[in-house]
Design a protein around this ligand. Sequence first.
Ligand SMILES: Nc1ncnc2c1ncn2[C@@H]1O[C@H](COP(=O)(O)OP(=O)(O)OP(=O)(O)O)[C@@H](O)[C@H]1O
Ligand SMILES: [Mg+2]
Length: 631
Amino acid sequence: MKQKKKQGSFIRLIKYMFHYYPVQLIVVMVCIIINSIASVAATAFLQRLIDECITPGITSGMGAVWSKLVSILITMGCIYVLGVVAAFIYTRIMAVVTQGMLKHFRTDMFDHMETLPIRYFDTHAHGDIMSTYTNDTDALRQMIGQSLPQMFHAILAMISIIALMLYYSLWLTLVVVVFAVAMLLITEKFGGASSHYMVAQQQSLADEEGFIEEIMDGQKVVKVFCHEEDSKEDFVKLNDKLFEDSKKAHTYGNILGPILNNVGNLMYVILALVGAVLVYFRVTNIGLAGIGIISTGIIVSFLSLARQFSQTISQISMQVSMIAMGIAGAGRVFELMDEEPEQDEGYVTLVNAQRDEHGNLTEADHVTGLWAWKHPHKESQSVTYTELKGDIQMDHVDFGYEPDTLVLHDISLYAKPGQKIAFVGATGAGKTTITNLINRFYDIEDGKIRYDGININKIKKPDLRHSLGIVLQDVNLFTGTVMENIRYGRLDATDEECIAAAKLTNADSFITRLPNGYQTELSGNGSSLSQGQRQLISIARAAVANPPCMILDEATSSIDTRTETLVQDGMDNLMEGKTVFVIAHRLSTVRNSQAIMVLDHGRIIERGSHDALISEKGTYYQLYTGAFELE
Ligand SMILES: Nc1ncnc2c1ncn2[C@@H]1O[C@H](COP(=O)(O)OP(=O)(O)OP(=O)(O)O)[C@@H](O)[C@H]1O
Ligand SMILES: [Mg+2]
């Protein structure tokens, strides 16, 4: 199974390369063929040089020998030059192909990663995903740039060497074959071990990188709890593992070369001995039945071929572990590319709309400020338009992150445009989960969610998310200016619109006090700002999108109550006629909501207005008056 997967990755890698660089790779292959044949062919002329010029030189006329010598030397020179030119061309092309392939790999991986559902990121360590982009592509670089061309070259050279050897002498070739088998066995033993540890080293490196990343992110926590020494110890363990794997990988790899060289030398000596015996038979004219009698030139050429042969085997052995690493890397890269993308079977889209003279909605080709859901009907071949209002309804919704453990049970609620719905409840009650379902980060198990009367499964996900303004519980700011971070909410917003949104959400006053105002550069998730300031930016970001429905998940949790009131006033203006879902732990945030849903272990246990719930003296009353603790 594992073997099959490896072969699969290898073949897929080759296909992938040919997909992007067919012409270049064919040129490279032709050049490698020329180069490897040239290096063997030059040796063949060595034999002619000795047998036709040097040996007879003593007896025959000098003139004839000289002209032959010159012609052979010129031919040899031409072959060498051809080989060098071919090598020059293919190494140049391969440098471009290798870097180009890495670029394509990274782009394709990233493009694919952006199609993956949130669930993928929940279930995979981020350091591990990162290492696919760094370590695994680096292993691929080695393999594509070095190992593959060298292997191809080596295999061709071996075939031509063996062919030429057979042409010269069957018996001497047999000696070489015996040694070749021994060398391959040695390569398998030591090279196999080296490959095993090379692949292990790759994993250890990924683990170590993941650890460093985690410790850097959590540096404050490490310091607060004085865990510096512990983290050093943990690091030493990981680092030792990496050292052990790398040490073994390189030890086995390094001893392989000298062993093969010595076996090669032994072969050289034995060939020279056997060859000498055969030449002796020729000189003394003692014919041996069945054993070809050979010339000095053949022996010299043969020895030179044998040298090339053992060098080629050494070359292959050096590449074995690189190829194992490359294939393992390719396997992980393809694994990421094969992850099931987020499915979107939606066909209802969001379009600009306008009203005709009869008051009916029609599609407009420009921004009108009015939006409609375009709903094509297959059976009747017609299209209906429904105004985007932000009317959300949930009917008996069940949901679980894992198939067999439900987090939400039988949730039913409705929110009319202009209404503010609040979710309250203890930590882990399922508040964020409900909002994750509205924007379809996850799909529900049972029940229905309707948006303006349309089942949200029918709405294209990007269009659905476009219609929602979401302030997530975890604030994420990107590297760039404050302005750019606000504009993230709607990329075509002008500077004025961004500033207006910031003013509305009361972010403007602190932004203008920053050293460069709206042009202040943020990095490291906005770590130079306070938690509350980061939240204000993320609220402004949602406000600039100006969607008909807003989801604010603990959006004001780090903002002081005075600023919060200002933010709320601004938001209330913005939110007129729009649906707002708020999740908050603070009474002040939720008390002016039309409906408050109290969640407990994934069920709505109370619902109603603030006053009604307070007078009920139930869970809501306990949560917000502290009566819970008092009792
Ligand atoms: N990605 C996830 N995978 C698996 N389970 C999850 C995931 N996210 C949340 N849960 C679980 O779902 C339950 C509800 O979590 P949720 O985030 O909705 O709580 P919450 O009400 O928003 O809490 P808080 O007030 O702390 O934000 C929790 O028990 C939590 O363990
Ligand atoms: Mg939450």
